[in-house]
Design a protein around this ligand. Structure first.
Ligand SMILES: Cc1cc2nc3c(=O)[nH]c(=O)nc-3n(C[C@H](O)[C@H](O)[C@H](O)COP(=O)(O)OP(=O)(O)OC[C@H]3O[C@@H](n4cnc5c(N)ncnc54)[C@H](O)[C@@H]3O)c2cc1C
Length: 638
């Protein structure tokens, strides 16, 4: 089976312009005849709902939070990239494109990444027009800072709350459409299945999380902007609600899941503090602009107060190993280096699982007030969680699960292999290859929602003109019956173990065997253990209460049931990829210096998995990656 990525022909810098011109348009008077379902109201889904509503389509937008403005996107801290070159430091669309392809370890689709870099500048204009308070220089120009994997300053930010401010912008645009009647919003409503009619995505099954009522919604197409699956690991920096259900349900209805093993471990998170912790907290990558990462050179010094360790007894290992990029080496590389020094017994803090992020030099150079102005809210958050004052002693940080590069496979139009099913933002696999550079997730989500989908959707919609589906089609009843049966099955197990205990066990297994480092033996072990855990889940789960109203245990159980299936696909994908690339580090494949060793000859492809049935192994479908603009090279940040 071949996958058609629908990449337009012609030179990379002309592809998007040509494609937009060649895409079908829908006459304004006809747009209101089309219904669109958008699941997700984060930056990707929210931006898409606002833009498609503004265009005149009839949009229904769903989210499980009580308000669109509580989507996980609100947590984003450090910034959003754009090739504006305000700093006159040599940035360009091509450089952002190149940095992103290289940052992703040459496992992303060139044409998509180029388009992303191209529209990045429009995003900033759009957000400023909405009134998003991005940081400014003294003279009024928008300010920039640097993020990992780049030697230019192209990251726009609003203190350490960039996601919140961008989401408020998208939320305002969305509310304008809600008031205008083009968007109908369904908060506290969880999508539990996708409905396919004659091979096309035409509706969803949802559960009202307040009343427990299960119902269907019909549309001409379905858009998923449902975020990433990092919470499969239980402990992550993601909001507690983030889950894989929407994309996994779509996968089981035919959508291919691409590169599920590509997860990002972020180097600067507050270390785990205890066995019963349920959430991890990120300390933004932006801190690495001014903070210096180090550990003691000698194991004996690890227990000392950091101030008492003299300069020459400190190992600033990122600056030592990667002199050009220093503390701004990309995330995968920085995380692995932190693990390496901790494995070497030189980690600091409880259990030796921590490294220092030190602001003493920056405070001396710039003054405390500047650091406070740039990162004040992050220092406050750190203080609230650890009780330590990071102005006085270095922060302790350690890598943690943060983002997922894998997701549903989409073509250049952001449409999955299921006609009509479009996927945006972190939920798709599209632009980041095997490692995402900092500040590029917000860029991708907003590019997809504000600029890409509104242009590419027309072609599919035009093909559906006058083809409304019948609400009495058997697919609708079948989907509702099967969702009801599943909910009932979960609630009637009446075993002895809580949902969280299963989730925690799965997460620990995945972190140990399919986390920052993986190998064949460990992955095989995880593949043996996950089905057993799943079996126990379905026979020994305990959920209190009923399905007829608010029941958070039931909601979580449905999501963990999906994680228990998805986790297996992750391990299978990691086992199949006999190479190391970006965030996928197979210990068997590394250079003598411990860097990721790719195998371009055999693995330069997108691994898209086709669901074949509950007890049948999935089929691997490959989309070969073709590089015309950049030369495949071993990544170097030295
Ligand atoms: C702590 C933290 C800091 C970050 N900082 C940055 C940063 O500085 N810069 C950057 O570029 N990136 C950052 N990221 C990554 C970035 O925030 C996310 O990748 C991005 O916000 C994802 O946006 P999204 O719209 O795709 O999904 P989300 O914001 O996760 O939105 C998902 C939406 O889907 C809905 N949904 C999901 N499933 C269902 C369902 N079954 N039924 C109904 N609704 C559903 C949810 O309700 C929600 O509305 C950060 C991530 C974290 C965790």
């Amino acid at each position: 089976m071949a996958l058609d990525s629908n990449i337009p022909s012609g030179p990379v810098e002309k592809k998007w312009e040509t494609h937009k011109f060649e895409s079908k348009l829908i006459n304004p008077a006809n747009k209101r005849k089309y219904d669109i379902i958008i699941v997700g109201s984060g930056l990707a889904g929210g931006a898409a709902a606002a833009s498609l509503g503004e265009l005149g389509y009839k949009v229904k937008c769903f989210c499980y939070q009580d308000s669109p403005r509580r989507a996980h996107s609100i947590a984003a801290q450090g910034g959003i990239n754009a090739a504006k070159n305000y700093q006159n430091d040599g940035d360009s669309v091509f450089r952002l494109f190149y940095d992103t392809v290289k940052g992703g370890d040459f496992r992303a689709r060139e044409a998509n990444v180029y388009r992303l870099a191209e529209v990045s500048a429009n995003i900033i204009d759009q957000c400023v027009a909405q009134g998003v308070p991005l940081a400014r220089e003294y003279g009024g120009l928008l300010a920039n800072r640097s993020f990992g994997g780049a030697q230019v300053s192209r990251t726009f930010y609003a203190r350490g709350q960039t996601g919140q401010q961008l989401l408020l912008g998208a939320y305002s645009a969305l509310n304008r459409q809600i008031a205008a009647g083009t968007v109908e919003m369904f908060p506290r409503t969880e999508m539990l299945d996708l409905i396919i009619v004659d091979g096309h995505a035409k509706g969803i099954v949802v559960r009202d999380m307040i009343t427990g009522k299960i119902s269907t919604h019909i549309a001409d197409c379905v858009v998923l902007g449902t975020g990433g699956y990092g919470n499969v690991f239980y402990l992550s920096t993601n909001a507690k609600g983030c889950n894989v259900t929407a994309t996994w349900r779509a996968h089981k209805k035919g959508a291919f899941f691409a590169n599920p093993c590509y997860t990002q471990i972020h180097p600067t998170c507050i270390p785990v503090a205890g066995d019963y912790q349920s959430k991890l907290t990120l300390m933004s990558e932006s801190l690495r602009n001014d903070g210096r990462v180090w550990v003691p050179k000698r194991k004996e010094d690890c227990g000392k107060v950091p101030k008492e360790i003299p300069e020459d007894a400190r190992d600033y290992y990122l600056e030592r190993k990667y002199p050009s990029y220093g503390n701004l080496a990309p995330r995968d590389i920085s995380s692995r280096s932190a693990k390496e020094v901790c494995d070497d017994g030189r980690g600091v803090g409880p259990g030796g699982l921590g490294v220092y992020l030190d602001f003493a030099d920056a405070i001396k150079r710039l003054g405390k007030h500047v650091i406070e102005e740039r990162y004040g809210n992050l220092f406050e958050m750190y203080h609230n969680i650890t009780g330590e004052d990071a102005y006085e002693r270095p922060m302790r940080i350690y890598p943690a699960v943060h983002y997922t590069m894998g997701g549903l496979w989409v073509d250049y139009n952001l449409m999955s292999n299921v006609p009509g099913l479009h996927v945006l933002g972190e939920a798709n696999f599209s632009d980041h290859g095997a490692n995402r550079l900092g500040a590029s997730a917000l860029m991708q989500g907003l590019a997809d929602g504000y600029f890409v989908l509104p242009n590419t959707l027309g072609t599919y919609m035009a093909s559906q003109f006058g083809k409304k589906v019948d609400a009495n089609a058997p697919a609708f009843k079948e989907a509702v019956d099967s969702v009801k049966a599943r909910v009932q099955k979960l609630i009637s197990i009446k075993g002895t173990r809580s949902v969280d205990s299963f989730h925690r066990e799965l997460g620990k297994l995945l972190w140990d065997k399919c986390g920052m480092a993986r190998d064949k033996k460990g992955l095989e072990e995880a593949l043996r253990k996950i089905p057993k855990l799943r079996e126990e889940f379905w026979s020994n789960l305990k959920i209190l209460g009923t399905a007829d109203g608010i029941n958070m245990e039931l909601e979580r159980a449905g999501r963990v049931a999906d994680f228990l299936e998805f986790g297996e696909l992750m391990c299978l994908d990691a086992l199949n990829r006999n190479e190391s690339c970006g965030g996928h580090f197979r210990t068997e494949y590394q250079t003598p210096e411990g860097e990721a060793l790719r195998d371009d000859e055999h693995y330069d492809y997108v691994a898209a998995w086709k669901y074949e049935g509950d007890s049948v192994p999935p089929t691997l479908v490959k989309e070969p990656l073709v590089y015309e603009e950049v030369k495949l090279a071993t990544r170097s940040y030295k």
